[in-house]
Ligand binder design. Structure first.
Ligand code: NDP
Ligand code: HSE
Length: 428
């Protein structure tokens, strides 16, 4: 039997406590599966005396995560504090410098500093693993890096923020407004301390940036993501989309195109028949497409103590088994900067227009669309309310710039009773 694998865990919140629980409750199973005991030497958090629902007194305590990361009795530094910079980054860098392997769930840190940390780890032959950072309990990093290693990945699509999916599906099921359901989710503790990370799409974009690097062999490029959150999704659009056979999701898409790498995180419509449309509440789904395998759909809990700790444990077990390997699936120094695709691949669009109720209004809109090169696939007009006539249009595939041209021209028609809404339709 090999020596035990000794952990130092920084961060004893939701995920950290979950990891400690699994290590205590599944000690025999973990040993049988890895051939080594997995032990905890020391832990760190902000507040030493806090009751965490699990006894910590058998582990040494460090106030300073950097001191924890560099202890002689730590083989693997487990970073579960969070935050793009600050103690998480300082302690991770210190751990690698001191020759320790690192396991982290910190997507924010990896999306911004992943390349530098990967180069640092690989230069020393150390593991830097992060399964929990993307889609919580779903083993998507392992699937991409190992299970699909023989494929050229053509597209990665996914719903990767449970809080946003909760808000959108609750709006859909209850008919309540964004503001009402946002307040409910906040009250239930579903949102990050800074809710903008969730509803602004930033958290999901961090995850997409990491998957994109693995899938396409490029450096992590968070800034290259076209990013829009869910704040402007209205209950009117959720209802109208449903009426036309679609659901609205905060969707991440990364794909290689002839013009470069397209990375988007934005509210999109998906057809009711798409697996993504079936996703309710806080669940995540990632759809991977490879040239040989076709489409793979992974679905599961994207957050929470058990699911996230499960993913952290997968990384710890791999390190216990002696697995190392490049951080993003290929040596980090060889990863190239992606060329961001400035124009997006054409797609159908959903338009919701409020028109003034007078003869010829619809004809003017049809003309504007035609002149911009946008072709109508389907259209629906509803009964007028007091001041306007709501019109829904689904276009044939068209470019974002043609849609923007058409929307700008609508302003000058004199028949618009309110600002138009345009959302991309993603066929997954
Ligand atoms: P929590 O906020 O529940 O816990 C954070 C922990 O870090 C706390 O124990 C806190 O100490 C400790 N901490 C914070 N700052 C410091 C510091 N300066 N020095 C020492 N300890 C510190 O976070 P989560 O467990 O939810 O998340 C941890 C990581 O996992 C984050 O990167 C997050 O993005 C990621 N993640 C979380 C998921 C989830 O479902 N929660 C899902 C996927 C990823 P104290 O308890 O004393 O305040
Ligand atoms: N805020 C994140 C979510 C937590 O809602 O998905 C998991 O990363």
């Amino acid at each position: 039997m090999s020596d035990p694998l000794r952990l130092g865990i920084a961060g004893l919140g939701t995920v950290g406590v979950g990891v400690v629980r699994i290590i205590r409750q599944q000690a025999a199973l973990l040993e049988a599966r890895t051939g080594r005991k997995i032990t905890i030497s020391a832990v760190s958090a902000r507040t030493k005396g806090r009751d965490r629902g699990v006894a910590m007194d058998s582990y040494a305590w460090e106030d300073d995560p950097v001191a924890l990361a560099t202890r002689d009795d730590v083989d693997v530094f487990v970073e579960l504090m969070g935050g793009e910079d600050g103690p998480a980054k300082d302690a991770t860098e210190a751990a690698l410098k001191a020759g320790k392997h690192v396991v982290t769930a910190n997507k924010a840190m990896l999306a911004i500093h992943g390349q530098a940390l990967a180069e640092q780890a690989e230069a020393k032959g150390l593991a830097l693993r992060y399964e929990a950072a993307v889609a919580g309990g779903i083993p998507v990093v392992k699937t991409l890096m190992e299970g699909l290693a023989g494929n050229e990945i053509t597209r990665v699509t996914g719903v990767m923020n449970g809080s946003c999916n909760y808000i959108l599906t609750r709006m859909e099921n209850s008919g309540a407004t964004y503001q009402e359901i946002f307040a409910e989710a906040d009250g239930l503790g579903y949102l990050e301390a800074d809710p903008q990370l969730d509803v602004g799409g930033i958290d999901a974009a961090h995850k997409l940036a990491i998957l994109s690097a693995i899938a396409f062999g490029t450096r992590v490029d968070f800034d290259g993501i076209q990013l829009e959150g869910i704040e402007r999704v209205s209950i009117e659009d959720i209802r109208a989309a449903a009426d036309m056979g679609y659901k609205i999701k905060l969707l991440g898409v990364a794909q290689k195109t002839g013009r470069g790498l397209e990375q988007r995180m934005q509210p999109c419509l998906v057809p009711d028949s798409s697996p993504l449309a079936q996703l309710d509440g806080g669940t995540n789904m990632v759809v991977l497409e490879g040239d040989a395998v076709g489409q793979i759909v992974l679905r599961g809990a994207g957050a929470g103590e058990g699911p996230t700790a499960s993913a952290v444990m997968a990384d710890i077990c791999d390190i216990a088994r002696g697995l190392r390997g490049p951080v993003f699936g290929q040596p980090a120094v060889g990863l190239v900067n992606s060329t961001a695709a400035l124009t997006k691949l054409p797609a159908p669009y959903y338009l919701r227009l409020a028109l003034v109720d007078k003869p010829g209004a619809l004809a003017k809109i049809a003309t504007v669309l035609g002149e911009a090169g946008v072709s109508i696939d389907r259209m629906r007009q509803y009964g007028h309310d007091n001041s306007s006539a709501p019109v829904l249009i689904v276009t044939h595939k068209t470019t974002q710039s043609d849609i923007e041209t058409a929307l700008a021209a609508m302003d000058d028609t004199g028949v618009m009773a309110g600002p138009p809404v345009a959302l991309r339709i993603e066929e997954v």
